[in-house]
Write a protein that binds this ligand. Structure first.
Ligand code: NAD
Ligand code: TYD
Length: 350
């Protein structure tokens, strides 16, 4: 690929910030990061690259069509990697419309801007970063592959499935060059502490209860965030137009087993007596409509783009725990008033 100007949306969030940093390090592209800086986005995630001459950060909403129009024209945007989203399932159960607004309408606004400014140029690419949750829930056996039927079951996954459909519809109807990637649960540094792993780390440090939904028998397939960023890099640069790629770590864990593994690591790192973190485990009311199991068959990306996850879950979990312990300032700074209110409410509801 020649020199490009890539618009990365949601680049101040968890996965987006790892991707922006990777691209600035590994490629000569100019990167324009567009992020609304919701509760989940933090400029501190990009502090290493805010002054980089190949990078411009723009605070703004992907639903703002006139801002997108200006940005595409001003920067001559050649590609989009779209990560901006409302990303937390529990919030989607409380406020589904916020998810329709950003994940569906925001994605269509971006597609419209790209359609208008690219004018049928298939050298310009729209990469939609999506989730395996669009495929629904698995039983004990099997894994999602690229042709698994869509069966979203939470407002979050319904909004992501809808945006995937719009991306495909724009490719089919207007001939746009699109790729979609559907990834399993990510973990690692900079993840907002409402998601399972950083929430548990934070609570262990503070001796708070560790809220395991239901029996904790739900299974997720975990992927180190930098392995995901590497896969996105490959899909964006080398993926076949019109195709989708499943990305997963082949690390299936029942929630309760994961929390126990984390507790053991935290006891060692914090030099607390064995079993002290696990004694904080509290089984709470299950999530409404809680999907039982997600698992990814990543053989297509392995075969076609020669990607597979490199980080073992044990090492990744330890690296994540150490990062959060060393970055307690980050944790405090993201726990602003609105998040604290939400967090308190969640606890009151249990
Ligand atoms: P995140 O919640 O950490 O970050 C989302 C970012 O989008 C934030 O910086 C936020 O400020 C920004 N944003 C939200 N609404 C916006 C709007 N209207 N306009 C502009 N910016 C807006 O999310 P994440 O975990 O980094 O996920 C990134 C993407 O990857 C999402 O599309 C998500 O669906 C997808 N994904 C996430 C996972 C995961 O495990 N976290 C797995 C698969 C796919
Ligand atoms: P989460 O990190 O919210 O990701 P997702 O819902 O997108 O998979 O949750 C991961 C799993 O952990 C999921 O099965 C729900 C469960 N969970 C808990 O048991 N307790 C919690 O406090 C949270 C946030 C999640």
């Amino acid at each position: 690929m020649s020199k490009r100007t890539v618009l990365i949306t949601g680049g101040a969030g968890f996965i987006g910030s790892h991707l922006v940093k990777r691209f600035l390090k590994s490629h000569a592209h100019r990167i324009v990061t567009l992020d609304k800086l919701t509760y989940a986005g933090h400029l501190g995630n990009l502090s290493d690259v805010l002054e980089n001459e190949n990078h411009r950060f723009v605070k703004g909403d992907i639903c703002d069509a006139s801002l997108l129009d200006r940005l595409f024209a001003e920067e001559n945007i050649s590609d989009v990697i779209h990560l901006a989203a409302e990303s937390h399932v529990d919030r989607s159960i409380e406020s589904p419309l916020d998810f329709v607004q950003t994940n569906v309408l925001g994605t269509v606004s971006l597609l419209n801007a790209a359609k208008k400014h690219w004018n049928g140029d298939r050298n310009k690419r729209f990469h939609h970063v999506s989730t395996d949750e669009v495929f629904g829930s698995l039983g004990e056996e099997g894994a999602f592959h690229e042709h698994t039927n869509y069966d979203p079951r939470s407002p979050y996954s319904a909004s992501k499935a809808s945006s995937d459909h719009f991306v495909r519809a724009y490719a089919h109807t207007y001939g746009m060059n699109v790729v979609i990637s559907n990834c399993s649960n990510n973990y690692g540094p900079n993840q907002f502490p409402e998601k399972l792993i950083p929430l548990m780390i934070n609570n262990i440090v503070k001796h708070h209860p560790l809220p395991v939904y239901g029996e904790g028998l739900n299974v997720r397939d975990w992927l180190w965030v930098e392995d995901h960023a590497e896969a996105l890099d490959l899909v964006f640069h080398q993926g076949t137009a019109g195709e989708s790629y499943n990305i997963g770590g082949n690390e299936e864990w029942k929630n309760i087993d994961l929390v126990h593994a984390l507790c053991e690591q935290m006891d060692q790192i914090l030099e607390r007596p064995a079993g002290s973190s696990a004694s904080l485990i509290t089984h709470v009311k299950d999530r409404a409509g809680h999907d039982l199991r997600y698992a990814i068959d990543a053989s297509k990306i392995k075969k076609e783009l020669h990607w597979e996850a490199k980080m073992s879950f044990e090492n990744g979990l330890r690296a994540t725990a150490l990062w959060y312990l060393e970055n307690d300032q980050w944790m405090e700074s993201v726990m602003d008033g609105s998040y604290r209110d939400y967090y308190e409410r969640q606890y009151q509801n249990r």
